[in-house]
Design a protein around this ligand. Structure first.
Ligand code: COA
Length: 317
């Protein structure tokens, strides 16, 4: 599958800025993760992409490697971010085979549409485990390598090359609250907090740690699963100040910025890439159809029939 550069990278960046660097990314075979990896690999890095499915992860690695002749992209499947030991082994393998870990993206996430009344304790815990504990595990497994990378790459570096950078994929739901997303809001709020702590504790070693918070991004598995397919494009986007959903390139470009020499002094914060959408999300954009209004759908317990929630059976409440 050929993916045009314009789909995952703007023309703002010079080829080779990430030469001899290695990216370690969880969720790297997902839609946003693949675009982030393509962009960083295109600009010179090699990468290890980590995922639960062996087949999906290895296939994505092969496809992404095509963006640059000579690129090495290792797909390490059968790794669940909830299992620290397997993640640690993946990080060790990445360093053994590709030489280092200079950039990390904690991107693995789980989501579905459900009100609190439809969330079992295990459902809530599952998302906290994948998102928050998974991010913590990713940090623990890779931070020794990030410290080494930061030591090799002073910030700023006269050569313009960088290392020792960590990004966690966050969201914007928790800024205002979002009906049907209590589990993800709690998990992402914790991730933002964790990244602040990483910047405080590892900033002195030269590591930078930031959250990247995408808004609604077109063509992603997330929006495919969470947004009602019954809504027209206009209904989906008219509440967003920038007037459109984001593109995967928007997120990949923000990733490149944070990893690049241009992002040297950005540390311990969240980069929101959402066309100012969060400022207007007080109602509910996910899991609802055009004829569903707040608070009525909460009182009736209705959620859109036009979302792929991932649930097969009834909740064990
Ligand atoms: N609504 C409410 N609860 C749900 C649910 C839904 N749509 N889907 C799953 N759950 C519950 C399950 O019922 C289970 O709870 P229970 O044991 O009390 O019944 C719990 O969540 C765990 O589900 P399970 O399917 O065993 O977890 P998993 O680890 O196999 O899968 C998910 C994790 C649930 C997050 C799954 O949706 C997934 O794998 N998603 C990956 C892709 C993804 O979400 N990407 C995010 C893009 S934004």
């Amino acid at each position: 599958m050929t993916v045009l550069r314009s789909e995952y990278l703007s023309s703002a960046w010079a080829d080779g800025i990430f030469a001899n660097r290695v990216l370690f990314i969880t969720g790297g075979a997902g839609s946003i993760g693949s675009a982030q990896t393509r962009a960083v690999v295109h600009l010179g890095a090699n990468a290890c992409i980590i995922g639960r499915s062996v087949e999906k992860t290895e296939k994505a690695a092969k496809e992404i490697a095509q963006v640059r002749p000579g690129a090495k992209v290792l797909g390490i499947g059968n790794i669940d971010v909830r299992n620290f030991d397997s993640l640690k082994a993946a990080a060790e393998r990445c360093v053994k085979e590709l030489g280092s870990i200079d950039y990390v993206i904690a991107g693995a996430a789980g989501n579905f549409i459900a009100p609190i009344s439809g969330l079992s304790p295990n459902a809530f815990k599952t998302v906290m485990d994948i998102d928050t504990i998974g991010t913590f595990n990713t940090i623990k497994a890779t931070v020794p390598y990030l410290i080494e990378s930061a030591a090799r790459n002073p910030n700023p570096n006269p050569s313009g090359t960088t290392g020792g950078r960590l990004i966690s994929t966050s969201a914007t739901f928790h800024y205002t609250g979002m009906p049907l997303q209590a589990h993800v809001s709690a998990a992402k709020a914790a991730i933002d907090s964790l990244m602040g702590s990483v910047s405080l504790e590892y900033g002195p070693y030269g590591v930078t740690a930031n959250s990247l918070a995408p808004g609604a991004i077109a063509g992603t598995e997330g929006m495919e699963r969470l947004a009602s397919s019954e809504l027209t494009k206009e209904q989906q986007t008219k509440g967003i100040p920038s007037g459109r959903w984001g593109s995967m390139r928007d997120i990949a470009d923000a990733t490149v910025f944070l990893f690049s020499d241009a992002g040297n002094y950005v540390n311990g914060t969240t980069l929101i890439v959402d066309g100012a959408g969060w400022r207007r999300q007080g109602g509910a954009a996910l899991g609802v159809d055009s004829d569903m209004t707040y608070p009525e759908f909460m009182l009736t317990g209705e959620i859109s029939k036009n979302v792929k929630t991932g649930r097969e059976g009834k909740a064990k409440l």
